[in-house]
Design a protein around this ligand. Sequence first.
Ligand code: S3P
Length: 432
Amino acid sequence: MHKTESKIVAPTTGLRGEIVVPGDKSISHRAIMFASLAQGKSRIRGLLRGEDCLSTLKAFQSFGIEVIEKADDELVIHGRGLAGLQEPFDVVDCGNSGTTMRLMSGILAAQPFFSVLTGDQYLRKRPMGRVINPLLGMGARILGRDGNSKAPLAIDGGGLQPAEYHSPIASAQVKSAVLLAGMQTEGTTTVYEPHLSRDHSERMLRYFGANLESFSGGARVTGRVELQGCNVEVPGDISSAAFFLVAGLIVPGSELLLKSVGVNPTRSGIIDILQQMGGSIELINPRELSGEPVADLLVKSSDLSGIDIGGDLIPRAIDEFPVVSVAATFAEGVTTIRDAKELRVKETDRIAAMCESLGALGADIEPRDDGMRIVGGKGLSGGQINSFGDHRIAMSMAIAALNSAVPVEILDTACTETSFPGFWEMLLRASR
Ligand code: S3P
């Protein structure tokens, strides 16, 4: 459990300087998992040391994987191959991390031992049927709370058959869980999804030598091909950079250079959205790091206008809607976000949370079943608001406070450690 903590953020003028955001959360989880399943040594640089990724790291240590800490953001992992994990001696605690629980369910469903996965009060309320059901279809034995739909999950692993799975939702966690189960199962497993979700698993599994093919509409893996240990460089997390992108745009007189940010097209929807709103964001020095596209991002304060957001853009920016709603509050005109019902089952119900917190500061924001409608350009007052224990709500509200009329107190802020250790210090430095 996070200890209760609060922060007061005051309005500021002009954010300036260079910012290096921590490593990408999704890629860090996968690097730890795939290096553990690979044969031999892998070196991971730029790893995110947020609480979510530490949950993944501890889990794999409890499966007998040797991890050597080289530096704050660097690890060496001695992988033991697809058949090298051991039964954990205790319940595995995934903390607040949906990625840890869902991807690991796919891995553990195929391992010939018993394991139990649990998490914090938020994770235990989130839907797990979306991974349990396709895995049951492959012959897995999984039991969960609330009619097999929620954690804790008990997994009696092994004995899977390959599958063809048509996912009803665009979810990288579901897609990855099925591919990871398929990767350990004789035969070919295929996952189809309605819109392309982030493809970090596909890219990194290929990088580690898996026989995995992506095609329009899904991905397919051939099972029982061993992965080989390798070196992974983790790019900066675009979902963390997003807070500084919006800050740079809405605080007049700002200019920020965000260095070495991942710009994988399945994640870069936030750049498209903010550019469509009229934001000045330039991609400089595009390059590749361990199979992932990366660039430096130059952002300058801009006059924003409201837009309509839906369809394919939603999974490409799924974690950024709290901060998009902040940008929309400072844009002229109406912004609508639709097709985004998934926001209701994130770390918290992010539609309800943003409407309540921005609304409490005087924003004209209204929830919709699958999104929200925001009438921007009316300014924000100060006050006291809640993070609902959700890291992205806490950080989004801090960005809103930079451009409010008077200071804002944000309650329950320790949760930012989940994905962005050092966020508050970085914000303070950029504000000077
Ligand atoms: C993630 C996928 C997304 C995202 C989450 C991380 C991943 O979730 O919201 O923060 O690393 O695969 P869904 O797969 O549920 O959309």
